[in-house]
Design a protein. Structure first.
Lengths: 128, 218, 260
């Protein structure tokens, strides 16, 4: 007999294209904003740990904003939540992403290189 | 049996000259997406049905409610672009001010160093520039987030329900172009089987179209 | 604890205009050029002849039967499986059934497989040539300048990498020379290319290298693979499947779903 997880995937399969589309959208946003944070950190003249902290905080804000503006509004409240026994397990996020952990943490590594590049550039330009 | 709403998919089959109607039980999940309870309703499943199956779970949702889930994309793009542009202006201004500030600082340090011999450490940025930078970043962030293309449901049934309801409109990116990995309705082949084509309706449509052409010619 | 005095170096602002910006612009333009060169050089795959197409497609048929067996009813699955397995084992779909037991041909002598090799070679060349050119360009013109200061401290080990060509012993490793700016650009420009060229661009060599290092897609129809062995393995995979339908217990699930 198949395992429970396998059976779940067979009964309610995932659309691979949508999954790729969602992850790619988020990835694009994060790498673009990471460069932006680099500009900000360079202007503020942050150094070492405070710079990385700045990056951490702002990329979390990005993900949060993305969640608040793009994902949360699609969950309109329905008069009957009884029929949603299969979908409600994991909130709105599970409608668009497979694992919540990926959604919240993947952004940190996506844009780090871009962040360091623009950080160095603007740090050098402003503090010339 | 209750007549199914628009979202319910009715499959008719003919076994031995008799027509049976099998209503795929589409329930609506809490977001109003038509979800199909019996997922793989592929044609070969009917070969084993010996008697008509009729379970219909109907809960309809009006089309306007369903449309309201996603805001109109073209206005969103305009808003997002203008917000991003405004934020970039703010950021550029902050960058310029910071640059001027540090240039001024180094100039003053150079002139005062001759007198005091204690090189003043680079004083921190004035508060207003720091605030301006942070605000600018946040503003651009909002603009960029608003400019992202809408997410798509990854569950097969929600995705299929969305296609069924919105068609191509649900899969446009921000430029109003239909995304290239949109492959069309996965149920289209069921509708298009020769036995189930409503030929009268299509004939009517065709005559309407011919009439319309004729009027345009005149 | 005594405060370590911060090293300050007065740099000519002209360094920015004549070193930093040229390197950055050249890097971006090279990336764009590489993208379009890859697009232009990519050759369309050659049409296969009938028999090898049949060989590949029938193998794919077996694979999709294996992955999607759960949407079939038991009867139709079993009849499909029997047909496919018999055909596989008898070698009915093979390109040339006479050469069943022989080892596969040497990929270097097979003209059809040379095509794929050339494509890979072209990609490699598109990556290597610009890199060496830019490296030697930077080394020839811009070596020995200190242009920038990294905003975060590094250990002394990075000194030889960051300050290549600068022969000052006591300088803080945070100061970096032009060649290290080149490396930074190489790693960090991916987001810029994403923004400029769209997502699946070929501009960044980093992404390509990542792709090569990642798990290689199993070489399905590559040169040097014996198709008969693939067929036999696939037949075995199919034979061990224990069939279940996704419609098993669907009534139960449905009733659970509509419970008020």
């Amino acid at each position: 007999m198949p395992s429970q997880q396998e059976l779940d995937f067979q009964i309610s399969p995932l659309v691979q294209e949508s999954l790729v589309h969602n992850t790619r959208t988020l990835h694009n946003l994060q790498s673009l904003t990471a460069s932006l944070f680099g500009v900000g950190a360079g202007i503020l003249g942050l150094e070492s740990y405070s710079g990385f902290l700045f990056y951490l905080v702002f990329s979390l804000i990005t993900t949060l904003l993305f969640y608040a503006l793009r994902i949360a509004p699609t969950a309109i409240s329905s008069p009957s939540s009884s029929s949603s026994s299969t979908t409600s397990k994991g909130g709105v996020l599970s409608r668009y992403f497979r694992s919540p952990l990926d959604f919240w943490t993947a952004g940190l590594t996506n844009g780090l290189a871009g962040f360091i590049l623009t950080w160095t550039l603007f740090y050098g330009l402003v503090r010339a | 049996m209750k007549e199914p709403s628009t979202w319910d998919r009715v499959l008719e089959m003919r076994i031995g000259g008799e027509s049976f109607r099998l209503s795929a039980c589409t329930q609506l999940d809490r977001c109003g997406y038509g979800t199909i309870g019996m997922w793989p309703l592929l044609p070969w499943h009917f070969s084993e049905c010996s008697q008509p199956v009729g379970i219909v779970v109907t809960r309809s949702i009006s089309k306007s409610t369903a449309k309201g889930i996603y805001p109109n994309s073209s206005t969103m793009t305009l808003i997002s672009k203008s917000i991003t542009g405004f934020g970039s202006l703010l950021l550029a201004h902050a960058c310029y001010s910071a640059q001027e500030h540090s240039a001024l600082q180094s100039f003053r340090a150079a002139t005062s160093a001759a007198l005091t011999l204690t090189p003043t450490a680079a004083t921190s940025l004035p508060m207003d520039i720091a605030i301006e930078t942070a605000v600018a970043i946040l503003v651009i962030l909002v603009g960029l987030v608003l400019g992202t293309s809408p997410m798509r449901p990854i569950q097969w049934r929600e995705w299929a329900g969305k296609i069924e309801r919105e068609g191509e409109d649900g899969f446009k990116d921000n430029n109003g172009q239909v995304n290239r990995d949109y492959l069309g309705n996965p149920f289209a082949y069921i509708e298009g089987r020769p036995n189930f084509v409503d030929i009268r309706k299509q004939r009517n449509e065709f005559t309407e179209w011919v009439k319309g052409q004729g009027q345009e010619q005149k | 604890m005594a405060q370590v005095p911060v090293q300050t170096i007065h740099r000519d602002p002209q360094l920015f205009y004549w070193i930093l910006f040229p390197i950055t612009i050249v890097m971006i333009l090279t990336g764009i050029l590489r993208h379009y060169a890859t697009v232009l050089m990519s050759s369309a795959p050659k049409p296969l002849d009938l028999r090898s197409t049949r060989e590949q497609r029938s193998l794919l048929h077996g694979i999709s039967l294996r992955t999607n067996f759960h949407v079939l009813s038991p009867r139709s699955f079993h009849s499909r499986r029997d047909a496919v397995i018999t055909a596989y084992e008898s070698g009915a779909y093979l390109k040339d059934p006479e050469r069943k037991g022989q080892p596969p041909a040497n990929p270097m002598t097979d003209p059809s497989s040379m095509d794929g090799m050339m494509g890979m070679m072209k990609n490699q060349m598109a990556m290597i040539i610009p890199n060496t050119l830019i490296m030697s360009w930077i080394n020839a013109f811009f070596s020995g300048y200190v242009i920038m200061k990294l905003p975060f401290p590094l250990t002394i080990k990075f000194k030889s990498m960051l300050q290549a060509g600068v022969g000052t012993k006591d300088m803080d490793p945070r100061w970096m020379s032009s060649i290290s700016w080149y490396f930074l650009c190489m790693f960090g420009l991916q987001s810029v290319f994403n923004f400029l060229l769209g997502n699946d661009n070929a501009a960044s060599q980093m992404a390509q290298q990542m792709g090569q290092m990642g798990p290689q897609a199993p070489q399905m129809f590559g040169p040097g693979v014996d198709p008969n062995k693939q067929f036999l393995a696939e037949a075995e995979n199919l034979a061990v499947i224990e069939h279940h339908s996704v419609l098993d217990g669907v009534e139960q699930r449905l009733l659970e779903g509509i419970r008020v």
